[in-house]
Structure formats: structure tokens, C-alpha cells
Design a protein around this ligand. Structure first.
Ligand code: KG4
Ligand code: ZN
Length: 368
């Protein structure tokens, strides 16, 4: 192709790091993304009896349908493998069995078609997800809050990420899921808790707001989860009691996340003054109480809140395809990418990870 040809980059992305098997084709033209197909198969039914994601069940379920999901994404896009510019796949962090399935599928398709393979950090996918639908130029502040992750990231450019703070134990969504499991109200827990909380009294139970009394941007939800579990053990909750506990728990999570977000915005704006964009991504971002609280925090700080549509907020492959296309277009794909080894832990911001001895040593794990 000549240097005069318009820069169009089309990539198939694969995602399988948790409990969604997903594939998508994204076309990037002049910085604008077009999602040509977006297939997501959830494993909620398989994991529901256990109240959480079981890694072995997840890996097997991914292996069973990965090929079919990739084929469907191609079919829906109207393109053939030979018309793509590359194949991207989540290559970490996440449940390693599932990551291996998606990565090997991606490598096989890349080998068969002679296209470059692009290993993608799942967190980079989330970090770039607002760019699928919004005009969202760098830099921006990201609050990623899901079942597996809870962190603030300053997204300064493609491949330039600075972790400003993260949970030191559970992710917020995980805490929702565990409360729901304790109460026996369903999986995933967040939507179930939110539904019951709508008719509950959010100040009936005095639950802790961990780490709010300490400076800094790190978060913690394990103590809150335990405090809620104690209420369940210690009281014979009737139906209204369950609703009140859900509402009290949801308020505590929203308080923690919104106060820490206000602090994170202040830190971000100190370094990067001017127009500030605050992006919230991850499944917990679906929570209406939290969204309202974050909107207020953003307004207060003079920032603009961007919440990608839910289908791009929760785990999906369009964000992986976009990350692949952006990397390919920027010439950021290593020549030996086919030998990339899957990484169960893969911090987005390696520098912060290395300077923080708690991180990566097992305590914060993949959630950081
Ligand atoms: O991003 P996601 O689909 O998957 C990952 O964890 O990566 O997020 C799922 C998480 C679950 O923990 C779920 O309980 C939580 O997001 N969640 C919610 C709501 N909807 C989903 N949490 C609170 N309120 C909700 N409405
Ligand atoms: Zn995710």
C-alpha cells in the first residue's frame, strides 16, 4: 500500500479472561472506531450455582465455543479473515485457563492467515473502551470498577498508563457478588443487590467506609463485605431487613468510590490542568446510585463524566479489537508477538507495580 492510502486498520479481537467468551471486529479509520460486529457469550448460567466464577468451568466453556464465537464475529462483520489487518486477543491478566484459550485461538488464526498477532492487556482494553463510541482524546482519568478490578488509571496516551490507586483486597463488584451469595439472592450479585436496595433504607445499618479516614487513593472492600456478613449472621433478617442491608451496603460502596474519585480527580487535575474527562468503566458502573454520585463528583470538580454504553463497559471483545487496532496503527506490535506468553498477572502500569512492594506479591493480585 502506498503512503497516500487512507489509514484504515481492521482487527478481530478475542476476549476470554473471565466468564465471557467474546469476539468482535473493529475498524479504525482516522482515529474513529467502527464496531462491525460484537459477539458476547456469557457463562452466567454455568457459574450461577456456585455464586461466583469457577476457573475450571470457565476454561472448559471458553474452549467449547471460542472458534464458533470468532467465526460468528467474522460472519457478522461481512469480512473474511484475509481482509483483516490483524488478530488481537486478551493475553492477560485474568484466569489463565480462559486467557490461554483465547490467545491460542488468536495465534492460530494469525498463523493461518499470515496476519500479525496482537497480544492485548485486558486492562488496556477497558482503558480504551470509551474511544469505541465517544470522542475521548487522551489524557483522561479512568475509574475501572468491575468484579475483577477496582482502580484509578491516568490514561495519558496509547501505552502510557499511570495507576493512581487501587483496591488492596477485593474488587467492588466482587464484594457485591459475595454479599449476594451470603444473602442467597443470585449471581451476579450487583444487579440483585441494586434491585432490592431500591426499596431499602440505606441508613438502617451502620456499615464501615474502609480507608476513607486515610489519605491516598487506595480502596478496600473486604472489611465492608465482612461487616455485612456479620449483620446477616447476627440478625434474623426479614424481607425488609434484606432490602435495608442491600441499600446500606450499596450506599457504603458508593460513598467509598465517590470520595476516592473526588481525590483522584484532584490529583489528576493538579498534574494535568484544563478540560478533564472522567471515564467510568466496568460492570459496577451500571449501578445507578454510583453513577449519580460520580456525576455529582465530576460536576463539583468541573470534569465531564463519560460512561461508555453498558455493552462496552462490561467485558467485551470490541475493546480488545480497538486496542489491537490502535497498537497496530501506531506500529506498537512486536515482530515476535506470536511467542508472547500469557500473563495471569499483568499490571498496566509496570513502573508503579514495581515500586510498590505490596503489589504483585500476591496480596493485591490480578485485581490491582
Ligand atoms: O465488568 P464485568 O462484567 O466483569 C468483570 O468483572 O470483569 O463486571 C461484573 C461485575 C460483577 O461483580 C457484578 O456484580 C457487578 O459487575 N455489577 C454491578 C451491577 N451490575 C453488575 N454491581 C453493582 N450494581 C450493578 N447494577
Ligand atoms: Zn474486565
Amino acid at each position: 500500500m502506498s503512503a497516500m492510502s487512507p489509514s484504515i486498520t481492521t482487527v478481530l479481537g478475542l476476549e476470554s479472561s473471565c466468564d465471557e467468551t467474546a469476539a468482535s471486529v473493529v475498524c479504525l479509520e482516522g482515529g474513529r472506531a467502527d464496531v462491525l460486529s460484537n459477539v458476547v457469550r456469557s457463562q452466567i448460567e454455568e457459574h450461577s450455582p456456585y455464586g461466583g466464577v469457577v476457573p475450571e468451568i470457565a476454561a472448559r466453556a471458553h474452549a467449547e465455543i471460542a472458534d464458533e464465537v470468532a467465526q460468528k464475529a467474522l460472519l457478522d462483520s461481512g469480512l473474511s479473515l484475509s481482509e483483516l489487518d490483524g488478530i488481537a486477543a486478551t493475553s492477560g491478566p485474568g484466569l489463565i485457563g480462559g486467557v490461554m484459550v483465547g490467545m491460542m485461538t488468536g495465534k492460530a488464526l494469525a498463523l493461518a492467515s499470515g496476519k500479525p498477532f496482537i497480544p492485548i492487556n485486558h486492562l488496556e482494553g477497558h482503558a480504551l473502551s470509551p474511544r469505541l463510541t465517544e470522542d475521548c482524546p487522551f489524557p483522561y482519568l479512568l475509574l475501572l470498577v468491575s468484579g475483577g478490578h477496582c482502580q484509578f488509571i491516568a490514561v495519558k496516551g496509547l501505552g502510557e498508563y499511570q495507576r493512581l490507586g487501587s483496591t488492596i483486597d477485593d474488587a467492588a463488584g466482587e464484594a457485591f457478588d459475595k454479599l449476594a451469595k451470603t444473602l442467597g439472592i443470585g449471581f451476579p450479585g450487583g444487579p440483585a443487590v441494586e434491585r432490592l436496595a431500591k426499596e431499602g433504607n440505606g441508613i438502617r445499618f451502620d456499615l464501615p467506609r474502609p480507608l476513607l479516614n486515610r489519605p491516598g487513593l487506595d480502596m478496600s472492600f473486604a472489611g465492608l463485605k465482612t461487616a455485612a456478613a456479620r449483620v446477616v449472621e447476627g440478625e434474623d433478617l426479614d424481607e425488609q431487613g434484606v432490602r435495608d442491608l442491600c441499600a446500606s451496603f450499596q450506599s457504603a460502596v458508593a460513598d467509598c468510590l465517590s470520595e476516592k474519585t473526588a481525590r483522584a480527580l484532584a490529583v489528576f487535575q493538579e498534574e494535568i490542568p484544563g478540560d478533564t474527562r472522567l471515564v467510568v468503566a466496568g460492570g459496577v458502573a451500571a449501578n445507578q446510585l454510583l453513577r449519580g454520585a460520580l456525576e455529582a463528583v465530576a460536576r463539583e470538580a468541573g470534569a465531564h463524566l463519560i460512561a461508555p454504553p453498558l455493552k462496552y463497559c462490561t467485558d467485551n471483545a470490541a475493546m480488545i479489537a480497538l486496542a489491537g487496532a490502535e497498537r497496530l496503527a501506531a506500529g506498537l506490535v512486536a515482530a515476535d508477538s506470536l511467542s508472547f506468553a500469557a500473563r495471569p498477572r499483568w499490571p498496566l502500569d509496570e513502573a508503579s507495580a514495581q515500586s510498590d512492594p505490596v503489589f504483585g506479591g500476591g496480596k493485591r493480585g490480578a485485581k490491582a
